[in-house]
Write a protein that binds this ligand. Structure first.
Ligand code: C2E
Ligand code: CA
Ligand code: CA
Length: 755
């Protein structure tokens, strides 16, 4: 019968070993080692009780005793892990393992010296049984094993004594198991009863350790923890029993209900006084309550949950009440901040768009418009008067946008110095707005500054359109206002839209057009008074595959606006240098145009110098045409650039002289070699006599200043005659020839010259 019990124990311990090894708990491996080592003494005893001759019985004893060594070592290991301890010093560990090693060694010597034990044959329960006869070695073995066992018991006792109340259970359970097991074992050893029944204790001990360390959760610990958490929770908690009676409330709960622990039966009544009829259907619900005065509301979140016992019957319920006021206020503040601009208090762009969408849905039958408001050169206000004044100016403009346009407007700040408004068309009074904007002053302390505000207006034709597109259109209208101090409002029309689309299209086409030679220079001859061609002006032409032959006026302004002009000009200058290199045996010059915008995007003199060097062209043969307007802005810097160009040997011409601000006075300071006078501007003037007088004077004056003169736009023989008489040096115009392809020009000039 004992044999069967031992076999069952071996199986049970093996299962425990495998399960604890696979367990994810940290203690799992130590438990596995312990239960595994416990298998050996049990097997040893199984062998002993099944032996009918001496030899197997002796082998059984060896397995038993060596197994015991393994058991005490793994027990020690387990104790350290379970109690989260480590060896006091490596020395202690060395001594203990050394003693165990010595014990094993003396069993190895036993067959030769017989100093540990021998066996005597007796009859037990009618069967032969080989009982142990212990000697000195065996006594030492027991001292060692009991010593270690005692040490382990002390460790657990110490831990149990020192642990907090909640944790005592954890250690006591193991301690108790250890003591019971030790007493049982001792009893059998010293009673020398045949068949060591304490082996059953070994097995049970292993299984108990396995259970307590891996599966047992001290309920008191959990209860305690949960109770502590519930008491410490910032929200109010109320527990109710199955009949709905309040049985417990934490401190915040008592405070909220205004009761003490003895008045728990009043909790429901008190809560109803605060929150009104707050109870909902059933025992599982969540509800929000707002109480208190409207300007200082308090927000609460009420949650009720039912508690069930292990059979699924309702055992009670609890109610938690959380004061959400801070969260809610914080949330509302954040929400407000995300929708309102902090400087002006107006809506932010995204929120404005949303508000406009809502407005248009609500007032589907009212005609509306959107207005894009922009402050011109606002950067200067910041730079000159400082950011504080700049901020103040933005606030003033924001005020006007909000109150000055219409009382029914929705408005917001789109970005830095731009605002967006949506208002009924009827309420937009352009006359009044123009009057206000003509004299819009921002005054603060001693500073007073006139700010220039422009409005782009788009009257909505379809209300389903994306609001951002509406503002794009209003903005497009706004960009059509040039730096004009008279006009402050511009209206979007469809021509603007097609223009914008056109601009986009040709900008997208430019790169490939340059590569595929759709863009080429045309040359218009320039002649001297005798009619001989002395040079030409290179004028750009674009042979567009879809739109046909494009006049420069249809694309140059677009590229000047978006900066792509510098790519075009660079290309034209290169073409001109190529031609001049090709005509190195002919004394012809070529004039190229330089856009005022080129100066913003590149170092013009450096580019030109590099080109003439690359093609080995004499710089005097490349004439540079710069319009007056290019000379007027940033005067100092530009003068430097022109001097630089002249110094490098280029001939600089002032293009379109007479068309713009032409200050004759400035001429004396201008480092130009030629004035290019445009007949077209003059012929527009009604009074031909006056025009002639002006031209005559310009020519005379420039001559006195040592500047040459060239008239362009010469269309008739009489013009040519008159201008020659006035002393003009060079001529260009349809009367001589229209701009032509390079091939035509070469035929035209070289055949004429050779003729
Ligand atoms: P622009 O520099 O004043 O060029 C002279 C313009 O007058 C040319 O127009 C030319 O064809 C035109 N023209 C010449 N003779 C006569 C005439 O007898 N009567 C009339 N009515 N017009 C005449 P185009 O080629 O259409 O060029 C227009 C403008 O485009 C140019 O005016 C120039 O400002 C610009 N442009 C042309 N090519 C380039 C270039 O490569 N780069 C830059 N930045 N601008 C260019
Ligand atoms: Ca020109
Ligand atoms: Ca011109």
């Amino acid at each position: 019968m004992f044999a069967i019990i031992f076999i069952l124990l071996v199986i049970a311990l093996s299962v425990c070993t495998v399960v604890s090894k696979r367990s994810h708990r940290a203690i799992g491996t130590s438990v596995a080692i312990l239960t595994f080592s416990l298998i050996f003494p049990v097997i040893g005893n199984l062998i002993i009780i099944s032996s009918i001759t001496r030899l197997p019985a002796q082998i059984g004893y060896y397995v038993y005793f060596l197994g015991m060594d393994a058991v005490v070592v793994s027990l020690l290991h387990f104790a350290f892990r379970y109690c989260v301890l480590s060896w006091p010093s490596p020395k202690h560990r060395f001594i203990v393992y050394g003693l165990v090693g010595a014990d094993i060694f003396q069993y190895v010597l036993n067959p030769f010296f017989g100093q540990a034990f021998s066996t005597e044959e007796i009859v037990a329960e009618g069967e032969p049984y080989f009982r142990l006869v212990p000697y000195l070695g065996q006594t030492l073995h027991r001292v060692l094993c009991y010593g270690i066992l005692a040490a382990v018991i002390i460790v657990f006792a110490y831990k149990a004594a020192r642990a907090s109340r909640i944790n005592v259970e954890r250690y006591s359970v193991i301690l108790f198991t250890l003591i019971v097991f030790s007493i049982w074992q001792t009893f059998f050893i010293f009673s020398r009863t045949p068949i060591d029944r304490s082996m059953v204790g070994f097995g049970v001990f292993g299984i108990l350790i396995f259970y307590f360390s891996l599966y047992y959760q001290p309920m008191r610990l959990l209860d305690r923890m949960l109770a502590n958490i519930a008491s410490d929770m910032p929200e109010a908690l109320f527990f109710f029993d199955g009949s709905g009676r309040c049985i417990w409330a934490n401190a915040p709960g008592l405070a909220m209900a205004g009761v003490d622990e003895k008045e728990l039966d009043q909790v429901k009544l008190k809560l109803a006084q605060t929150f009104g009829d707050y109870e909902q259907e059933g025992n599982n619900w969540t509800s929000r309550r707002t109480i208190g005065p409207e300007d200082h509301p308090q927000y609460y979140l009420l949650e009720k949950r039912e508690l069930k016992d292990e059979r699924g019957r309702i055992a009670g319920s609890y109610l938690s009440i959380r004061d959400n006021t801070w969260d809610q206020q914080h949330f509302e503040q954040e929400l407000y901040n995300s929708m309102h601009d902090s400087l002006t208090g107006l809506y932010t762009k995204d929120y404005l768009y949303q508000k406009i969408r809502e407005l248009l849905l609500r007032k589907a039958n009212v005609p509306y418009m959107v207005v894009f408001v922009d402050v011109k050169n606002f950067k200067i206000v910041n730079d000159v008067f400082g950011n504080a004044f700049g901020d103040y100016a933005i606030q003033c403009i924001g005020d006007w946008v909000q109150n000055g346009l219409s009382s029914n407007a929705v408005c917001g700040r789109l970005a830095g110095d731009t605002f967006g408004v949506c208002l009924p068309v009827d309420e937009f009074d352009p006359h009044r707005i123009e009057q206000t904007l003509a004299d819009f002053e921002v005054k603060k302390d001693k500073i007073s500054h006139h700010v220039l505000i422009h409005l782009g207006v788009y009257v909505l034709t379809e209300k389903n359109m994306d609001v951002s597109v509406m503002f794009d259109r209003a903005h497009l209208a706004l960009t059509s206002i040039k730096d004009d101090y008279q006009k402050h409002i511009a209206y979007y029309d469809d021509a603007m839209r097609s223009k914008a689309l056109w601009d986009q299209k040709i900008s997208a086409d430019l790169r490939s057009a340059l590569e595929s030679k759709q863009i080429v220079p045309y040359l218009q001859p320039i002649v001297d008074p005798s009619g001989t061609v002395v040079g030409a002006e290179a004028l750009i032409r674009w042979n567009h595959p879809e739109h046909g032959f494009l006049n420069p006026n249809s694309f140059i302004p677009v590229f000047e606006k978006n900066g792509m002009i510098s790519e075009i000009d660079r290309y034209m200058w290169r073409c001109a240098c190529e031609l001049l290199a090709r005509w190195k045996d002919h004394p012809l010059f070529l004039s190229v145009n330089i856009s005022p915008r080129d100066f913003y995007f590149m170092d013009v003199p450096a580019e030109l110098k590099a080109l003439v060097t690359e093609f080995g062209v004499d710089p005097t043969r490349l004439r540079i045409e710069i319009t007056e307007s290019a000379m007027m802005t940033d005067v100092e810097k530009r003068m430097g650039i022109f001097h630089d160009l002249k110094h490098a040997g280029f001939i600089v011409e002032m293009d379109d002289f007479g068309s713009g601000y032409s200050s004759l006075n400035m001429l004396k300071d201008m480092p130009v070699d030629f004035l290019k006078i445009d007949m077209n501007f003059l012929s527009k003037s009604q009074n031909e006599y006056k025009a002639k007088t002006i031209v005559r004077n310009i020519i005379q004056l420039s001559e006195e200043l040592g500047i040459g003169s060239l008239t362009e736009g010469v269309e008739t023989p009489s013009q040519y005659q008159v201008l020659s008489d006035m002393g003009c040096k060079l001529f260009q115009g349809y009367y001589f020839a229209k701009p032509m392809t390079v091939e035509d020009f070469e035929v035209y000039v070289f055949s004429k010259r050779s003729a």
